[in-house]
Design a binder for this molecule. Structure first.
Ligand code: FEO
Length: 166
């Protein structure tokens, strides 16, 4: 059985994953109406789906442990961007915030000696290492490319190669 505090913290994480999914969906939709960003579009549609899976896993875990997984209300995410660079900066910022939140949760689970939740969260810890690495790599590549159009073309063409294999 989950403690009230762990349950609340897990539900906060549910909301954070839902917000991530919405934010990435908005990035996908923005990219889709820009000329030539097919790769980036696909990348963020997939990323949005993944975050939804992260949310579902949490809801099901909370319910499985005798709690109640709460579907959160969501604010509208950023829907337009000044540049591709801004999109990926936001992506990294988001993932860093998620990592912090997961780390907090892991600490809390240990403190409360909730080893089942601690064990459950390890999947998220590994996932965040991957997501952060991916976000940093893509930001580094864009930094190299700058405003060079052929560089952006290659970035968009190859972006899916950087995603970890599922
Ligand atoms: Fe589920 Fe990328 O945080």
């Amino acid at each position: 059985m989950l403690s009230k505090s762990i349950q609340e913290a897990l539900n906060k994480q549910v909301a954070m994953e839902a917000e991530s999914s919405q934010a990435y969906l908005a990035m996908a939709s923005w990219a889709e109406i820009q000329p030539g960003l097919d790769g980036v579009t696909e990348f963020f549609y997939q990323q949005a789906n993944e975050e939804r899976v992260h949310m579902l896993k949490l809801i099901r875990y909370i319910n499985e442990r005798g709690g109640f997984g709460v579907v959160p209300a969501l604010e509208q995410p950023i829907i337009t961007y000044q540049s591709l660079k801004r999109v990926f900066e936001e992506f990294l910022k988001h993932e860093l915030a998620v990592s912090d939140s997961i780390n907090e949760l892991v600490g809390m689970a240990l403190e409360e000696k909730d080893f089942a939740t601690h064990n459950f969260l390890q999947w998220y810890v590994s996932e965040q290492i991957e997501e952060e690495r991916l976000a940093r790599t893509l930001n580094d590549k864009l930094e190299l490319v700058g405003d060079d159009k052929s560089g952006i073309y290659l970035f968009d063409r190859d972006i899916m190669l950087f995603r970890p294999k599922q």
